[in-house]
Design a protein around this ligand. Structure first.
Ligand code: HEM
Ligand code: CU
Length: 668
């Protein structure tokens, strides 16, 4: 196949744009002096490295949260379990949920957004690289801070929504809840800083021609999520400050006996908490909206509908929070309004499921592991959505609330939705990020054991809940009535065995990573993909694109490889170039000047100051002073850091984009 030497970078749309005269193959490349070894990671402001570190740390927390879940299920496998005491059990489910939600799913989504958004919009980095590094280190140190409570007097024990007055000192006398409160305040800053950065990146850093309605769908969903974070994190931040002052400085915001109202906490928590569930699942919706078209060999069906239904979910998601409080005595009018609003949110969700199904309809389906996880999401999330609709009916929710039926529901939507989607993304973009393929054989075992395991674990919980098993009880007893109705033994055993199968399935992913580390380099375009991130090498060069691409259409990468020779709306795509050829073409027309931000250690220094202040609030005021001093020092260091290193420090670039050898500089 001859390479089409096009004057412009518009393969399919022949004739458009002016020729670019290539300067010397690489032109004058202004690259910052990079650190080497561990410093090249610790002080980096490169969105790709930051994305990888988000992902690795989040995956570690996935297994921490998973082990906590296995302990819970081991305790509940038999009646009158003795593995965990009541106190330890309370700590276990609180930390399991907090870890999975705030330290696994959210940061894993941030990993993908950080790595993929600049590549998908044709940019060389995010808008604020040092702020990006700050958000990473705040997440890492915040996560360590929260988990350090296990060895510093005991972890939080009030459940992941930490209702008052149970969260106050008389009922939670250890420091656990303070670690939880202060730790989530720290990770909250990480989310807020990250949201501002990615919103500005998506709106300001797009390559020429990358109009909003040409943006790849994952970037769209990531953008919607950043707005959800922008508006919901401040709400939980206020609530956490009120709780911190109530517990540490004698304030009374939730104490009935002091004339305050515990429902204030519930309203504040769920005003954040319900948008939070979309913050968890929308990135995965975006990921499978990339995966399904690629492995169906068809464009995404109804792209604009998928975009706007995502935005609609995000918007309506702020108007349903009180459906978590149907049994809190809000009164019939509020209950009715929130019941209807909750039913309404099923509509845009349904639109997505129809669009995904129609994307596959009539396609040439290629069942890779990524595709299996994507289809798994559609099936499992729909099951979770259906039980969700039963909650919207307030009278039935009054029966279901606080039982295992609820636990079943949210695991089907969060595990079945968010987690399966994240695994689809891991298998889909692994060759892009690490330049190697994961084993498809192990991948399929990973998928099937996780699917079978999750249905064995969470499926029976629907039955146990309808049988009346309450959630958050550290033991259950045998069938006292002897009429079999309250016999919880069989399904609890199935659920616990299921969690083991699920655990083995998840562990197989680690086996796959290990086994695949020596795989040969991945092909340039392993999946014959569609969107712009694939117009880079695997893994991408430090500067991402040799030249900033000009975008002419949605699925730009696909349309550079295929020409539409069909008539009218009868599309017939004929391949005119391979992915590898299209990528090579970019190198030939490399930009003359490429400028990249320089590494900096100030974001990490600033990030470390917050947990020090946190330990100060719990243990010793002097630490507050020390932490504040470090924060001030870091802010000045950051502000006074010159934007980029002096010219003379740069090494001329090696043709294949190797790292230079000299020490630190600074970044914008
Ligand atoms: C890895 C497999 C998992 C298993 C086996 C599992 C198991 C459980 C169990 C048994 C409970 C109920 C504890 C009780 O109420 O007595 C629970 C609670 C919970 N889980 Fe999971 N879970 C898993 C994954 C996840 C994931 C991925 C998430 C979210 C991203 C999650 C979020 C939650 C939440 C929010 C709670 C409620 C905790 C509370 O009541 O405060 N779980 N989990
Ligand atoms: Cu909700």
């Amino acid at each position: 196949m001859a390479i089409i030497e096009r004057p412009t970078d518009t393969p399919a749309l022949a004739g458009a744009g002016a020729a670019v005269t290539p300067s010397s193959s690489y032109g004058n490349f202004r690259r910052p002096v990079q650190a080497t070894g561990w410093k090249s990671w610790a002080f980096t402001v490169d969105h790709k490295k930051i994305g990888i570190m988000y992902g690795v740390v989040a995956m570690v927390f996935f297994f921490v949260g998973g082990i906590e879940a296995l302990l819970i299920r081991a305790q509940l496998a038999q009646p009158n379990g003795t593995i965990l005491s009541a106190d330890k059990y309370n700590q276990m489910f609180t930390m399991h949920a907090t870890t999975m939600v705030f330290l696994f799913v959210m940061p894993m989504a941030a990993a993908f957004a950080n790595y993929m958004m600049p590549l998908q919009i044709g940019a060389r980095d995010v808008a604020f690289p040092r702020l990006n590094a700050l958000s990473l280190w705040l997440f890492v140190f915040g996560g360590i801070f929260i988990n350090s409570s296990w060895i510093l007097g005991g972890a939080a024990d009030g459940g992941w929504f930490m209702y008052a007055p149970n969260s106050s000192v008389p009922f939670s006398p250890t420091n656990g809840v303070d670690f939880w409160t202060l730790g989530l305040l720290i990770t909250g800053v990480a989310s807020q800083v990250g949201a501002i950065n990615l919103i500005v990146t998506a709106l300001n850093m797009r390559a020429p021609g990358m109009k909003l309605m040409r943006m790849p769908i994952f970037t769209w969903m990531a953008l919607v999520v950043q707005f959800l974070l922008l508006f919901s994190i401040p709400v939980i931040t206020v609530a956490l400050f009120l709780l911190m002052f109530q517990r540490n400085f004698g304030a009374n915001f939730f104490s009935v006996e002091a004339g305050a109202d515990p429902l204030l906490w519930q309203h504040l928590f769920w005003l954040f908490g319900h948008p939070e569930v979309y913050i968890l699942v929308l990135p995965s919706f975006g990921i499978i909206s990339e995966v399904l078209p690629t492995f169906s060999r068809k464009p995404l069906f109804g792209y604009p509908f998928v975009v706007f239904s995502g935005a609609a979910i995000g918007f309506v998601g702020f108007g349903v929070w009180a459906h978590h409080m149907f049994a809190a005595g809000l009164g019939p009018i509020s209950v009715a309004v929130f019941s209807v609003a909750t039913m309404a949110i099923a509509v845009p969700t349904g639109v997505k499921i129809i669009n995904w199904t129609l994307t596959m309809w009539g396609g040439k389906l290629w069942f890779t592991t990524a595709m299996l996880f994507a289809i798994g999401l559609i099936v499992q999330f729909t099951i979770g959505g259906l039980s969700g609709v039963t909650h919207a009916v307030a009278p039935s929710d009054t029966q279901q609330t606080d039982t295992y039926y609820i636990v079943a529901h949210f695991h089907y939507v969060i595990f079945g939705g968010a987690v399966l989607g994240l695994f689809a993304g891991i298998y889909y973009w692994w060759p892009k990020v690490f330049g190697k393929m994961l084993s498809e054989k192990i991948g399929r075992w990973n998928f099937w054991l996780m699917i079978i395991g999750m249905n064995m674990t969470f499926g029976p919980m629907h039955i146990l809940g309808l049988q009346g098993q309450p959630r958050r009880m550290y033991i259950w007893t045998g069938d006292r009535a002897g009429d079999g109705f309250f016999d919880l033994a069989f399904w609890n055993l199935v659920a616990s065995i299921g969690s083991l199968v699920l655990g083995i399935g998840a562990f197989l992913f680690l086996v796959n990573v290990w086994v695949s580390r020596k795989n040969p380099p991945a092909p340039a375009d392993p999946w014959d993909a569609r969107s712009l991130e694939w117009l880079t090498t695997n893994p991408p060069k430090e500067h991402n694109f040799d030249r900033i691409p000009t975008v002419h259409t949605l699925d730009e990468f696909f349309h550079r490889k295929y020409e539409d020779v069909g008539e009218g709306d009868q599309h017939d795509y004929k391949q005119v170039a391979t992915g590898a050829e299209v990528i090579e073409l970019e190198e030939k027309y490399a930009d003359a000047h490429i400028h990249l931000p320089s590494p900096s250690y100030w974001p990490m220094v600033l990030a470390i100051s917050l947990p020090i202040i946190g330990y100060g609030v719990i243990f010793n005021t002097l630490l507050i002073v020390a932490g504040a001093a470090i924060a001030v020092l870091a802010l000045f260091g950051w502000a006074l850091e010159p934007p980029t290193a002096d010219e003379s420090e740069f090494d001329p670039p090696a043709p294949d984009g190797d790292q230079p050898s000299k020490e630190l500089a600074v970044s914008v």
